[in-house]
Design a protein around this ligand. Structure first.
Ligand SMILES: Nc1ncnc2c1ncn2[C@@H]1O[C@H](COP(=O)(O)OP(=O)(O)OP(=O)(O)O)[C@@H](O)[C@H]1O
Ligand SMILES: [Mg+2]
Length: 243
């Protein structure tokens, strides 16, 4: 479904991503891990068109999307969440999700249709359907849910999720990972998931990819990656092995 070919991203003289290549198959949940500053969010920014790549190509179902604008990439079927939630603060929570529904695909929905769809996805992520609720009233955890609802409302084929579990309690974390599974199983949406909470990530993903200083250093099953000495050294640490 997704082919990322030798993506490089420079910020001035700093190389945030160096010739990163990988593929994602339809129906997979792929985990993307790596230390702080290793380039995970930058990779999402490049795939979703938020930042232009310096070099390399991104293809969605065989078609190059590298130079398209974020809205065009979204309309082709890639939605993303933001690590630091970015709601439209002048809109209610329902309207935030309606916006995804109304502009995600290249067809116009009536406000009633967009609202119905927004309510459906708010329910799916466990947020109240309250037409008078504003993003300012939500906790960070709920803002992350709002990010996912707004992304889902665009009806993507591929969802890029940037750290959805930060700040959650243990039981909330289990609920959130179940939700991502349901998104894949019931909606048939392919997922790439950035997450620092390994215990949750490793339970759900089919495959894991590891970035370190902007380079892909490993890729494989959760088991393979967890036992890879380079990954333990760069990211997981010896304590992960012991646990
Ligand atoms: N717009 C930008 N301008 C300049 N440097 C940037 C920009 N965005 C990211 N960087 C730098 O690129 C590197 C990778 O950042 P990125 O946010 O992709 O890391 P990350 O893997 O998502 O980290 P974290 O786990 O902390 O979220 C960092 O050194 C960061 O400071
Ligand atoms: Mg990040």
């Amino acid at each position: 479904m997704l082919q990322v070919e030798r993506i490089t991203k420079r910020f001035g003289g700093f190389v945030a991503l160096r010739e990163v290549s990988f593929t994602v198959s339809e129906g997979e949940i792929v985990g993307l891990i790596g230390p702080n500053g290793s380039g995970k969010t930058t990779l999402f920014n490049v795939i979703s068109g938020t930042l232009p790549a310096t070099a390399g190509r991104v293809l969605l179902q065989g078609e190059e999307i590298t130079h398209l604008l974020p809205n065009a990439i979204c309309q082709r079927g890639i939605a993303r969440t933001f690590q630091i939630p970015r709601p439209f603060k002048v809109l209610t929570t329902v309207e935030n999700v309606m916006l995804g529904a109304a502009f995600g695909k290249k067809r116009t929905l009536s406000p009633e249709e967009a609202r119905a769809r927004a309510e459906h996805y708010l329910q799916m992520v466990g947020l109240p359907i309250d037409g008078k609720m504003w993003p300012d009233e939500l906790t960070v955890v709920d803002l992350k849910r709002l990010e996912i609802a707004r992304a889902l409302a665009t009806e993507p084929r591929l969802l890029l999720v940037d750290e959805a579990l930060g700040g959650l309690h243990h039981s909330e974390m289990a609920e959130a990972t179940e939700m991502l599974k349901r998104i894949r199983d019931e909606l048939g949406i392919t997922i790439v998931w950035v997450e620092h909470i390994m215990s949750a990530l490793m339970r759900v993903v089919d495959r894991v990819m590891v970035l370190h200083h902007g380079e892909k250093i490993a890729e494989g099953s959760p088991q393979e990656v967890a036992n890879n000495p380079q990954v333990i050294d760069a990211y997981l640490g010896e304590r992960f092995l012991a646990s």
